[in-house]
Design a protein around this ligand. Structure first.
Ligand code: SF4
Length: 580
């Protein structure tokens, strides 16, 4: 075990087929989670080598509180992204974080390329690379089924990560499926695994750890547990879940429909969170270590054969997948949206990126910028059948058009025309047509994610604030989130874990030096992440905010393009300053 002051990292070389446990870094400086992932990337990356160079690291990291308090349930995956060639982070739940904690590793660094399609199995009692070539070509769900048969140890404590055809074929937004209902979705971690012949990773979390001594820990745990399971703080995530935002954003004309040609539609009732809850919801489930359970699992019924025979499948849904595989594609029926989400997941694509890419392809076909010779499928807003076919073509990179689209919507738009209506903000947009603060914060955010900072919240708070105030808000909000993601906490628990509560939790765990230093340490980690991002080639000037975003008109009125430009410049300066 590493000491309280450093991290225990498993560095595995796929080419050599061996791994070593190493001691790394200083907890008081880089905290863990996001900070640990960025520091490991800085230490292991090969400058100037492309993202798909097998020497580049693929990193998974957890935090100092993982498994010790409710909702400390996430793992951070870091890598050089095949989407833009630069540092990328994606955060995932499931059982991975706790499995790593009980495998006694703070981080896993994978390097090299396996000679054959392989599955890496790591745990306290095992470290092996298994030949799994029969699984190559299998979809995500079939792969999961086979892996559960192959590796019967540690059920309930084991985490299974796997990729589908999209990852094998190098789609730049291929995801890694984590324990079926969670993902490392954005920016192509799946393609990194595919390029390394790494079909799957199984972490065996079958050991145990002692409960921290003393009454203080138990008292604080109970307090946190009572709060997150009480009626005030997090109930909404369990009840309707994030899907409740569909109707809310539609009501303020901030929900993208049909490739964001409009931002409100009366057909919202067919795909609202309420509709999903009424017609599709089967159960809620949770990441390991989370008593909230925000993962909504819908029941999908699929007819097969000539007779009345049906297959039933369980498909998880949230706000973002419903936006991307639903409203963005003009689908207004919850069952159809669930069917499309299921297919995208099966192929191992990120649902948000794939849905937005197909929205652009549909409009490109409508406008004649591409023809059916390119799209193969007849894509029409609202028509499920065309999208079901297109998802397979996208994952297979079936022709030059899908090869290009699989590299990113803007890549295809540059080649075929249609950059103006590409809904891309650094990567395919998240579902918030709320205004300038969100557009800038996603376009220039470290992860190009709606979770980098609360730009969408700022947009919804009445009148526009000054550019200076907006930048201060975004930078400070990012710092607070970096602190949470360095603990590898679920970001839905923002209100449950303010800074003083995190300090208390760290102190009862024996991390007094970190507890007393959270402000400066989180600022350092924030700067570290930006430094790593810039060093890996990020050029904020090169990021575009396409015309379609400037055409948005929502409840606040039209986009203020002058304000958008000023905010972009000021935010750009601020993050450049952070990295210096
Ligand atoms: S709130 Fe949801 S995403 Fe967050 S840890 Fe719990 S189940 Fe996972």
């Amino acid at each position: 075990m590493a000491s309280k002051g450093s991290f225990r990292v498993l560095v595995y070389d796929l080419e050599a087929g061996r791994g070593d446990y190493e001691t790394f870094g200083n907890r008081a400086e880089i905290l863990g989670g996001s900070g640990l992932a960025a520091a490991l990337f800085e230490a292991h990356r090969i400058p100037d080598a492309p993202a798909l160079d097998p020497r580049q690291p693929l990193i998974f990291a957890i935090g100092p509180l993982t498994g010790c308090f409710p909702l400390m349930s996430k793992a951070i995956c870091a890598f050089a992204s095949p989407y833009h060639g630069q540092y990328a982070e994606t955060h995932g739940g499931g059982r991975l974080a706790l499995a790593m904690r009980f495998a006694h590793i703070d981080a896993l660094v994978v390097r090299g390329r396996a000679a054959k399609p392989s599955c890496l199995v790591a745990g306290i009692r095992r470290l092996q690379l298994h030949d799994c070539h029969p699984l190559w070509g299998m979809d995500v769900f079939a792969t999961g089924k086979q892996l559960r048969r192959m590796f019967r140890f540690g059920e309930g404590h084991r985490s299974i990560l796997r990729i589908g055809p999209a990852g094998e074929n190098g789609v730049a937004y291929a995801s890694v499926n984590v324990d079926t209902y969670r993902h490392f979705g954005r920016l192509g971690a799946g393609a990194i695994m595919g390029s390394r012949n790494l079909k799957a990773i199984v972490i065996d979390g079958g050991s145990s750890l002692p409960t921290p001594p003393g009454r203080d820990y138990r008292k604080l745990y109970k307090k946190c547990y009572d709060e997150v399971t009480g009626p005030d703080l997090m109930r909404k995530y369990h009840d309707l879940g994030t899907a409740e935002n569909l109707a809310k954003l539609n009501a303020i004309s901030a929900l993208p429909w049909d490739n964001m040609k409009r931002t409100r539609d009366d057909a919202i009732d067919g795909v609202s969170g309420e509709r999903f809850a009424k017609d599709q919801l089967l159960r809620q489930t949770a990441c390991a270590g989370c008593p909230v359970g925000c993962i909504h699992v819908g029941l999908m019924r699929e007819r097969f054969g000539e007779q009345h025979e049906y297959l039933y499948r369980q498909v998880s849904y949230d706000y973002e997948p419903i936006f991307a595989a639903g409203t963005m594609l003009g689908l207004t029926d919850a069952a159809k949206v669930l069917t499309l989400i299921d297919e995208i997941e099966r192929q191992g694509l990120d649902v948000m990126s794939a849905g937005v890419a197909l929205g652009w392809a549909t409009e490109a076909l409508e406008r004649g910028d591409v023809g059916e010779a390119e799209t193969i499928a007849a894509l029409r807003f609202g028509d499920l059948e065309g999208y079901m076919q297109a998802v397979g073509h996208l994952a297979a990179r079936a022709n030059p058009f899908y090869r290009s689209l699989g590299q990113g919507t803007l890549v295809a738009a540059k080649e075929y025309g249609g950059e103006d209506y590409a809904c891309v903000l650094g990567q395919e947009m998240a579902g918030y047509a709320t205004g300038e603060a969100f557009f800038v914060s996603q376009a220039l955010g470290l992860r190009h994610s709606h979770l980098d900072s609360a730009g969408y919240t700022l947009d919804q708070q009445g009148d526009r604030v000054s550019v200076e105030d907006a930048v201060d808000f975004l930078i400070e909000d990012e710092r607070k989130r970096v602190l949470l993601t360095s603990m590898a906490a679920c970001l839905f628990a923002r209100s449950a874990y303010p800074e003083d509560r995190l300090a208390e939790a760290l102190a009862v765990m024996g991390y007094d030096d970190i507890a007393g230093n959270l402000g400066p340490a989180s600022r350092k980690v924030q700067a570290l992440r930006w430094r790593v991002r810039f060093a890996s080639g990020f050029e904020p000037d090169a990021v575009t905010i396409p015309k379609r975003f400037r055409e948005v008109r929502n409840a606040r009125g039209p986009i203020d393009t002058a304000y958008l430009g000023d905010l972009r410049q000021a935010y750009q300066q601020a993050i450049t300053g952070l990295a210096a």
